[in-house]
Design a protein around this ligand. Structure first.
Ligand SMILES: Cc1ncc(C[n+]2csc(CCOP(=O)(O)OP(=O)(O)O)c2C)c(N)n1
Length: 356
């Protein structure tokens, strides 16, 4: 592991795959062969989406985007383990989560083109729209979890956030409240080493983020967030604990943000390109692929077919998003349940002037 990773005797650290794709048999999850391959396919698809989203912004065809390359295993594993009606509160960097939950790719591209309709999450899942304010979504998850507990519906809630967000007051309030009421909630902190240009070590003097759980009387565990099998191990345990009424867990998933913070950021200003090298060896696209190859579940031919299928899927999604037309006059429609007389007047004037 790169030296920047902090280990602590206070919390368990789970890593299953080594750099050669060998799994630690004592921790290896029992997933079907079909599911093992499915996860690779989904992660690969989300990565293609991510790269396309950056490229569209660079071409002036969409707006600011926050790439997630390096963090796919965390988001996709969580999505595969949740029930559709569990509650999820993602941040702006969790597009892979939405895709893995079944949101149409064209919908996310539509959102990146600036249309709110692109964040109209399909009813089949209880996923909240992404949160741009750093950390606010952490406190929403205990609210949903508390409601689930009162309703005794067996559903859990999860919140995604970054290492930077763990310095916000919302983090403290959410974990404290969840601990007191033993809520069915899992906090997934993606420690991707940076909060824009602020490195992880300037975020907290605590040796790990996971060990902060102890101060709230809840479980804390650290996992290799670039290892899909480690994420499966840790998240399935945390979700089961929540479902059984055994209380919340704080999961610190360690990863590396390979791209810029956002398309408006230039990481060369605060880190060396070479810093990414040891992390590339840990990438799921390297390690997990080797693991599948060892099991006889993957090879170059299948990879070539997948690559071609993904290009077709991504291009079709972009074309659909680019065809999307909305009505700007909608901005008047949803301010109040019923439009006020003043808004009706403004909408009429807007339509007259702009013909929209
Ligand atoms: C409340 C609030 N403060 C500041 C910002 C500006 N901001 C956007 S992202 C970010 C860094 C967040 O870093 P981290 O929580 O580690 O998540 P990451 O971006 O690495 O996924 C900041 C400070 C914001 N969006 N919201």
């Amino acid at each position: 592991m790169p030296e920047t990773i902090a280990f602590s005797g206070h919390v368990k650290h789970v890593s299953v795959l080594d750099e050669e794709g060998n799994a630690d048999a004592s921790l290896e999850p029992t997933l079907s062969q079909e599911e093992l391959v499915r996860r690779y396919v989904i992660m690969s698809t989300t990565r293609a989406f991510d790269r396309k989203a950056v490229s569209l912004q660079r071409q002036g065809r969409s707006f600011t985007y926050t790439p997630f390359e390096g963090q796919e295993a965390i988001q996709v594993t969580a999505a595969r383990l949740l029930d559709p009606k569990d509650w999820a509160f993602p941040s702006y960097r969790e597009s892979a989560f939405y895709l893995a939950r079944g949101a149409p790719m064209s919908m996310l591209f539509t959102y990146l083109k600036g249309h709110e309709d692109g964040m109209a999450i399909p009813d089949k899942t209880n996923d909240f729209p992404l949160s741009i304010p750093v950390g606010s979504q952490i406190a929403h998850a205990p609210g949903a979890a508390y409601a689930n507990k009162l309703l005794k519906n067996g559903k859990i809630a999860i919140a995604f956030f970054g290492d930077g967000a763990s310095s916000q007051g919302d983090f403290h309030e959410a974990l404290n409240f969840s601990g007191i009421y033993k809520l069915p909630v899992v906090f997934i902190c993606t420690n991707n080493q940076y909060a824009i240009s602020t490195p992880r070590m300037m975020q907290t003097a605590s040796e790990t983020i996971a060990q902060r759980a102890m101060g709230y009387g809840i479980h804390g565990v650290q996992a290799d967030g670039m290892d899909p099998l480690a994420m499966e191990h840790v998240l399935s345990e945390a979700f089961d604990r929540a479902r059984k009424g055994e209380g919340p867990t704080l999961v610190e998933a360690i990863a590396y943000r390979f791209g810029p913070h956002s398309t408006a950021d230039d990481p060369k200003k605060y880190r060396e390109d070479a810093e990414a090298d040891p992390w590339r060896k840990l990438d799921w696209a390297v390690r997990y692929r080797k693991y599948l190859e060892r099991k006889g579940l993957w090879n170059n031919d299948v990879q070539a077919k997948l690559d071609a299928a993904i290009v077709t899927e991504v291009e079709a999604a972009v074309a659909k998003a680019e065809e999307f037309k909305d009505s700007p006059s909608q901005m008047f429609d949803f301010v109040y349940p019923q439009m006020t007389a003043e808004l009706q007047r403004q909408k009429a004037e807007f339509s007259e002037v702009y013909g929209l």
